[in-house]
Design a protein around this ligand. Structure first.
Ligand code: ZN
Length: 343
């Protein structure tokens, strides 16, 4: 990136009301067949336009073509039976009905590559594409076949690597793996989680990111956050190993979270997508609030490695709120850019 402090969002943006029920996760589509294909592409165009109007520098599809950041990818794979469902505890936090792994997992065709090509045709700006991380995929399934979280994650990492290579060829500049599970299963992250992530990015020449957050602003997550105490030190468990990994960018939560900002020192040298927008509240940050989060991060991250971002995806928010938050992010980044160029 030539521009200092390039802004982006962590991933999902709200969908238009004609495509899916707003402010809902796993919201069913309102269109079917060819109308749904057209509708998803139109929504992607709108999401891109909204980012451009808001001044977002690194744009994405806003995840308009997927129902959910993990499930939609898994739906396209062999070996997972969506009619055979079991209730499991996701991220040690809340019960969910999930599909079963019943045989070897594989990808018979690309999942998001056509969508990425479509986005690439619409803009010359840098584009970021999000995929679920291997550990978070494993944590969203019941496994009858491998009966080993590590083995299943390794198989997913190989599949993700195939998809990532094709996304890169489609012109994606940054491929991001969403790993909220990294904030929960520390021993597994250090034993095999980061190794699986490195398998997923093997051979890639584009930039790679891992997004580790405290989740969407849904009740299960806000209830969980209340149990975490006054200092959220989860990042401390996984940052040292991530610092020595091949991942280029770490995307994390800052604004309004109880993450001690000095934990950023543990990933010194990495590029950091700093969450300066809280996705768990409808109140809009002021540009000055965004700027003060970025200034705090600048004590631990070199200016040319700091990427202002949102704490997490904004799919469950009203569209007007998401738009205003993206604009605040751009305005806050501009304040700090001016300060940096004046010194
Ligand atoms: Zn997130």
């Amino acid at each position: 990136m030539n521009k200092l402090l390039p802004t982006s969002s962590a991933g999902s943006l709200p969908k238009p009301v004609w495509l899916a029920e707003p402010e809902t996760l796993w919201s069913p589509w309102k269109l079917h067949g060819d109308a749904l294909i057209d509708g998803k592409q139109d929504a992607l165009r709108v999401a891109l336009h909204e980012q451009q109007v808001a001044g977002t520098d690194i744009v994405s599809d806003g995840e308009q073509t997927r129902q959910h950041f993990v499930t939609t990818f898994i739906e396209h794979l062999n070996g997972v039976d969506f009619n055979n469902r079991k209730t499991v505890k996701i991220r040690d936090r809340y019960d969910a009905s999930v599909p079963c792994v019943v045989g070897p997992v594989s990808r018979s065709k690309p999942v998001f590559v056509a969508d990425a090509e479509f986005l690439r045709q619409q803009t010359t700006q840098p584009i970021k594409w999000a995929l679920p991380g291997p550990m978070t995929m494993v944590d969203t399934l019941y496994d009858e076949h491998y009966q080993s979280r590590e083995k299943l994650a390794w198989e997913f990492a190989k599949i993700l690597n195939q998809e990532a290579k094709e996304l890169e060829a489609a012109g994606v500049d940054i491929i991001q793996f969403d790993e909220p599970a990294f904030n929960v299963f520390f021993d597994e992250v250090n034993d095999w989680g980061i190794a699986c992530l490195e398998k997923a990015i093997e051979g890639l020449k584009c930039e790679t990111a891992v997004h580790i957050c405290y989740g969407y602003g849904i009740k299960a997550n806000t209830d969980w956050k209340k149990t975490l105490g006054t200092q959220w030190r989860q990042y401390e468990e996984v940052f040292p190993k991530l610092q020595t990994s091949n991942i280029d960018i770490i995307s994390l939560e800052c604004h309004n979270s109880h993450v001690p900002i000095e934990l950023l020192a543990l990933i010194r040298g990495k590029k950091v997508m700093v969450g300066a927008i809280d996705v768990a509240t409808h109140s809009i940050e002021t540009p000055e609030e965004v700027a003060s989060t970025l200034r705090a991060a600048l004590k631990y991250v070199d200016a040319d490695k700091l990427y202002p971002c949102t704490n997490c995806g904004m799919a469950p928010l009203p569209r007007s709120v998401a738009r205003a938050k993206l604009s605040a992010l751009s305005a806050g980044a501009e304040i700090v850019r001016k300060e940096l160029s004046a010194t």
